[in-house]
Design a protein. Structure first.
Length: 659
């Protein structure tokens, strides 16, 4: 048995050194790319016999201390199945990518996620989570190189505007995840120090609920940022639409779901999570309703759908945690399918704005059909998988009417937003858009003409993309009709629920029929508009700009005034001393304190010159010398800031723990 993460890491190394330049043998390259996720899935299947036992664990010793590198139980096996299965279809979907760096980065990203969910203790989990953050950042930065022609060739690099947007989004994404990693590491450090103080040696710190309030908050915050807790969610809708559409599909599966796994492992039944999840569900669906771009809408729906999972885990109990995990599996299926459909439209037309789309069901019938299945699944229509997990979550929320009511409102918003997604993106025959925000002036565009000389359009999409989309659509339908296959691998026992009872079907259809009627009557208000919507990151940027203004306008003038005051005070004191000395009043001046004033002034002058100015000058020289050395090995300053924050945080935590 081989750790599934090692399979992906070895696959990335082998591909980069031996296969990336073998374009003359594409079949061998494609076979290898599919063999890696298939083999990793087999490794997880081999572990299946172990989850009937209590646990399976693998230790190593470092400096005579045990580290739990690999831990297997029903909870992480559940995520292992779906991660490996979806990795296979995402790699298959990405066969058109000619950028060789994409595949080893994807393997490192997928392998890191598997390493995180199979981690046995906090430190191992943290290492793999940071590897996920780094590899996904580089995948986002690759976005401007992955513009694909319909014939499969890579466009020349995108323009400076698109490239700059991808790079900026990647840096913002990295800063959020570095901050999350620092919070997580601070909490982990407190746990390890407490273990050392209690036992006199560094022992195991399993992924269990933290033992102190400070570590509890820090670890929850670190994981919560990865799970898109409000208001730390803006990294997701900012970065995912600016990556290539292949990368968007990949990112939609692993990062947030790994955080959901960690919440289910460490914080089940925490009441705060129930209300945070309900807030995420409402907030995400509200912003999704107002979006014009396909992937932006889907990105906000990741925030909303993860909110369902977080709320269910916060409600606790076997029913709540099972409902959240079942919804995680369903969300991975239909959300990756919807991102694939959006990518198919971008691949075919080079466009993803709903205001510029319409009438795609004739030219792209398979894409339209699979998008419909994805929309029905995420909305929770009976016979599709979203219906099953939402019933379980509703059952677990019956003891908390506030959470139950908020999640029902989010369900209505989800249905309305995907009616908008399907109708304006695929079904309408004419395009209408509002170029002036929400004003009443409307402009009608003629029917779209698909005059494309490429014969590729006759086949709609490459076979690899079609197979991935149709397969995931079938999974969405099959797990909705026959949910028992998923219930058998859920980590906790699940009571028998009749998902298709008359009451459940009637209550669900009431919601969807009312939502459909509202959309038909108010369709013009849901029409996509070419407006720029601000999220909470607007306030982050305002805070930073205000802080810089405060430093320039308040701190800098005070510093200049202090320096000028010293410069004027010292010569005045010396001049007073000389005059008094010439008049023969030295003894009198000494009695009155003028000598003391001179000595104080000289000391202040010496301190300012030797200590303050000397320290500033030496620090400037050191920074200058370091910058000259480091400019050859780095391209930005984010790493420097992260390193400084990292060491300062370690010193602060050590001080708090000791004193």
């Amino acid at each position: 048995m081989i750790h599934p993460a090692i399979v992906y890491f070895l696959g990335a190394i082998i591909f980069w050194f031996f296969l990336r330049k073998r374009d003359n043998y594409p079949k061998a390259k494609y076979f290898f790319l599919l063999f890696i996720p298939f083999f990793a899935f087999l490794q997880i299947i081999f572990l299946r016999g172990n989850y009937l036992k209590p646990q399976t664990a693998y230790f190593v010793r470092i400096f005579d201390s045990p580290f739990l590198l690999f831990y297997v139980d029903r909870l992480n096996l559940f995520f292992g199945y779906i991660f490996s299965l979806l990795a296979f279809f995402v790699i298959l979907y990405s066969f058109q990518v000619k950028e060789n760096l994409y595949f080893p980065l994807s393997f490192f990203y997928i392998g890191s996620s598997l390493g995180a969910i199979f981690a046995g203790e906090y430190l191992v989990f943290f290492i793999f989570l940071e590897l996920m953050a780094l590899s996904s950042t580089f995948l986002i930065w690759l976005g401007f190189t992955l513009k694909v022609h319909p014939e499969g060739d890579v466009h020349p690099r995108a323009g400076n505007g698109e490239r700059e947007e991808s790079l900026k989004a990647g840096f913002r994404y990295l800063l959020f995840h570095l901050f999350a990693g620092l919070c997580l590491f601070a909490g982990i450090l407190i746990e390890y120090v407490n273990t050392y103080l209690a036992t006199g040696r560094f022992g195991l710190n399993l992924l269990t609920t933290p033992t102190t309030k400070l570590s509890f908050v820090l670890i929850l915050l670190g994981i919560g940022i990865n799970a898109c807790f409000i208001p730390f969610h803006t990294w997701l809708p900012d970065a995912y639409p600016k990556a290539s559409f292949h990368t968007s599909v990949l990112l939609s599966i692993f990062t947030t779901k790994t955080a959901v796994y960690a919440l289910a492992r460490i914080f089940p039944g925490v009441n705060f999570l129930a209300y945070m999840g309900a807030l995420m569900a409402i907030y995400g669906v509200t912003f999704a309703l107002m979006q014009n771009k396909m992937r932006k809408l889907l990105s906000y729906h990741i925030v909303s759908q993860v909110g369902y999972m977080v709320a269910a885990i916060g409600l606790g109990g076997d029913l709540g945690v099972n409902g959240g995990l079942f919804h995680a599996l369903n969300n991975i299926l239909y959300k990756s399918l919807l991102f694939m459909c959006a990518g198919a439209v971008i691949y075919n037309l080079g466009e993803e704005k709903l205001s510029n789309l319409g009438y795609l069901f004739e030219r792209m019938p398979i894409t339209t059909f699979t998008a419909l299945i994805g929309a029905f699944s995420i909305a929770g229509i009976p016979l599709f998988n979203g219906h099953i997990s939402k019933i379980i979550i509703s059952e677990s929320a019956h003891g908390n009417e506030t959470i139950y009511f908020l999640l029902k409102i989010a369900t209505i918003g989800t249905w309305l937003s995907f009616l908008k997604f399907i109708y304006f993106g695929f079904l309408r025959k004419t395009m209408q858009t509002d170029l002036h925000g929400f004003k009443q002036m409307r402009i009608s565009f003629p029917r779209i003409k698909y005059s494309n000389p490429h014969p590729y359009l006759e086949a709609e999409l490459p076979l690899s993309m079609l197979v991935s989309m149709v397969s995931l659509a079938l999974f969405c339908f099959f797990t909705g009709v026959y949910p028992k296959i998923v219930m058998q691998v859920l980590p906790y026992p699940l009571k028998k629920i009749n998902f298709y009872s008359l009451g459940n079907i009637t209550s669900a259809m009431q919601v969807y029929l009312v939502g459909l009627l509202v959309f038909v009557l108010l369709k013009e208000y849901f029409a996509p508009r070419r407006v720029f919507l601000l999220d909470l990151d607007y306030y982050y940027r305002k805070f930073v700009s205000s802080f810089l203004w405060f430093c320039r306008r308040i701190i800098a003038p005070l510093d200049r005034g202090y320096t000028l005051g010293l410069e004027k005070l010292i010569p005045y004191a010396k001049e007073t001393w000389m005059i008094s000395k010439e008049e023969g009043n030295v003894e009198k001046l000494i009695v009155n304190g003028s000598g003391l004033l001179e000595r104080i002034s000289e000391r202040i002058n010496s301190f300012d010159r030797n200590v303050i100015d000397g320290a500033v000058n030496r620090l400037g020289k050191i920074i200058f010398l370091l910058a000259r050395k480091l400019r050859y090995i780095q391209t930005g300053y984010a790493q420097n800031y992260a390193t400084i924050m990292f060491f300062c945080l370690i010193v602060l935590i050590f001080f708090l723990v000791i004193f």
